[in-house]
Design a protein around this ligand. Structure first.
Ligand code: AMP
Ligand code: MG
Length: 326
């Protein structure tokens, strides 16, 4: 099957086209070939994500991104079997914008429409790309920070942030330092010149919390008690260590032998290094997702659409749709 996937939950508008084969209930026989994965992301120098501006951005780029994707895949609409779109979780107006675009394209070209959970799509693409069997997932994006396993036919969130997602936290701190948005990669650059400043380490059972650490970093910077470089280094060391600790506990308790890191924060090399060392010590395999598939994009939506095509939920969008509700 050829599937076109549309991503529109936050800053990125993406169109991915994949060729998918295999029985959806037999993971070992499945294959996902990515034919195109075009996207255009909203960025801003000074502020974060303003929903209405993102809606305008996505509406403005949709047809351009689509045209690029079809050209890259060297296909016309006649070859597309179905359209999958990200129905949530995400920013409400941005989800609606994506839904209306998807619906229009589906009606215009008479295609079936499959609403897809964005979080589950991150997990599924990480699994198929790495040919993993039964991993623990660490999902760290802008909004989400969750430790997830697949058990009894559905995803279970076994640990998560009690307040904000790590990516959003890094972006908020970056905005404070005038690094622009998104700030994760700039924080990673600055961290290379920093040294450790003690911050709170907040782990509660399998859950973690970041907002207190953010406030502390802002205070230390404001009072000139620590440099931007030192705080970037320390915020990374502290938050990544907290997550490495809970993920290690997840691996120990579930007896799983694989870890997959998904979501945009997975682009961070230091984060991957910490997790890789922990996995090596536990004889577990560590998988990350290549840069072009780690962040938000349409190919993962297309693949998740393939896996869910036979049990399509009745919905338009759901801004609070969790992976464990799929
Ligand atoms: P996503 O929501 O999955 O697209 O991920 C976006 C988030 O990833 C944003 O909050 C970025 O700041 C963050 N991010 C991207 N690159 C890096 C990096 N190298 N280190 C840390 N965070 C990053
Ligand atoms: Mg995402």
């Amino acid at each position: 099957m050829i599937i076109l996937g549309i991503e529109s939950t936050a800053h990125t508008f993406g169109v991915g086209i994949i060729e998918a084969t295999g029985n959806v209930s037999k993971p070992n026989e499945q294959s996902c070939k990515i034919l195109a994965n075009e996207k255009d992301s909203y960025t801003s120098e000074d502020v974060g994500m303003i929903p209405n501006e993102i809606v305008d951005h996505h509406n403005g780029v949709a047809e351009i991104v689509l045209t690029k994707a079809l050209k890259k895949a060297n296909l016309g609409w006649d070859k597309i079997d179905l359209i999958a779109y990200s129905a949530g979780p995400g920013l409400d107006p941005v989800l609606w914008a994506g839904y209306h675009i998807a619906k229009e394209w589906a009606q215009r070209h008479e295609k079936k429409l499959v609403p897809v959970n964005h979080c589950a799509a991150h997990l599924s693409i990480g699994k198929i790309i790495n040919k993993a069997q039964d991993p623990v997932y660490l999902y760290v994006s802008g909004v989400n920070t969750q430790i997830i396993v697949f058990d009894g036919g559905k995803y279970r969130v076994i640990g998560e942030t009690l307040d904000i997602g790590l990516g959003n936290m890094l972006d908020k701190f970056g905005r404070y330092l005038n690094l622009g948005f998104p700030a994760g990669s700039k924080i990673e650059e600055l961290s290379k010149k920093g040294k450790y400043v003690e911050l709170s380490y907040i782990v509660k059972g399998m859950d973690i919390s970041f907002s207190g650490i953010l406030t502390k970093c802002q205070q230390l910077y404001e009072r000139k008690q620590a440099s931007a470089e030192d705080l970037c280094f320390s915020i990374q060391e502290t938050c990544f260590a907290m997550l490495t600790e809970v993920v290690e506990r997840a691996i120990a308790n579930t007896d799983k032998k694989e870890l997959i890191l998904v979501g945009g924060v997975g682009a961070n090399k230091r984060f991957c290094e910490m997790l890789r060392i922990m996995c090596r010590d536990r004889d577990a395999k560590f998988y990350s997702v290549p840069m072009d598939l780690a962040g938000d994009q349409g190919a993962m939506i297309a693949w998740e659409g393939y896996l869910r095509k036979d049990s399509v939920p009745e919905m338009e969008v759901n801004p609070h749709w969790r992976a464990d509700e799929v």
